[in-house]
Design a protein around this ligand. Structure first.
Ligand SMILES: Nc1nc2c(ncn2[C@@H]2O[C@H](COP(=O)(O)OP(=O)(O)OP(=O)(O)O)[C@@H](O)[C@H]2O)c(=O)[nH]1
Ligand SMILES: [Mg+2]
Length: 202
């Protein structure tokens, strides 16, 4: 105890530093995809987060986190602003938000399956390409392909054709409707399974 201190140290010059800090959100999964794919709608369905949702591109201007509670487990999902071709050159909102997926365990690539298969495949390639330019190897992180908007006519067929063309593994592909909730429980089961696999692998 030194309640009435009678010792003192001589003062001296302090240290000065210039620090540049980068904030990286910690999330287990990141939602990536073109604008309007339904990423924010999906987050609002699987968590209690309330991101802004609208039928125009770039509704989400900065990342939003939500906590999923599923089968007695919890994990964090980040909804990221949509990526477009040229994002690495700053097009759209650019790819600066991708730093938040650097530390994720996996990616959830969301597609608007209301679109023609060709456009879905193009969306896949564009987003993978932009991720690769941001951080080589990022697109090969464990990824689930989520074909959203299954409530729209033709969506199921569009998703089948696009998946064939992309060459993704059927067990990594999910057909959901963020609007109606269809398929979301299976998707969350798959995210839990992916976490479990990675825990065993590490
Ligand atoms: N029919 C249908 N519409 C959907 C579904 N999911 C999202 N939408 C609609 O698609 C539009 C875009 O949804 P958002 O969730 O804002 O899309 P986003 O991917 O977050 O878009 P950005 O933030 O711009 O990147 C909105 O009009 C949603 O209501 C779905 O499952 N079915
Ligand atoms: Mg959004």
């Amino acid at each position: 105890m030194n309640q009435a201190p009678d010792n003192a140290e001589p003062g001296g010059p302090g240290q000065e530093r210039r620090l540049r800090l980068v904030l990286k959100l910690i999330a287990q999964f990141g939602l990536v995809g073109l604008p309007n794919a339904g990423k924010s709608t999906l987050l609002s369905r699987i968590t209690r987060a309330r991101p802004k949702i609208a039928d125009y591109p770039f509704t989400t201007l900065s990342p939003v986190l939500g906590v999923v509670s599923h089968r007695d487990e919890t994990f964090v999902v980040a909804d990221l602003p949509g990526l477009i071709e040229g994002a690495h050159r700053g097009a759209g909102l650019g790819h600066r938000f991708l730093k938040h997926v650097e530390r994720t365990e996996g990616l959830v690539h969301v597609f608007d399956a209301g679109q023609e298969p060709g456009r879905i495949v193009e969306a896949y390639r564009t987003v993978c390409d932009e991720m690769e330019k941001f951080m080589p190897g990022l697109p090969s992180r464990p990824t689930l392909l989520v074909f959203n908007k299954m409530d729209l006519p033709g969506a199921r067929e569009n998703a089948e054709a696009a998946l064939r063309e992309i060459g993704g593994r059927p067990e990594d592909a999910f057909r959901v409707s963020a609007a109606t909730g269809e398929g979301l429980s299976a998707l969350l089961d798959a995210l839990l399974a992916l976490r479990r696999r990675q825990r065993h692998a590490s």
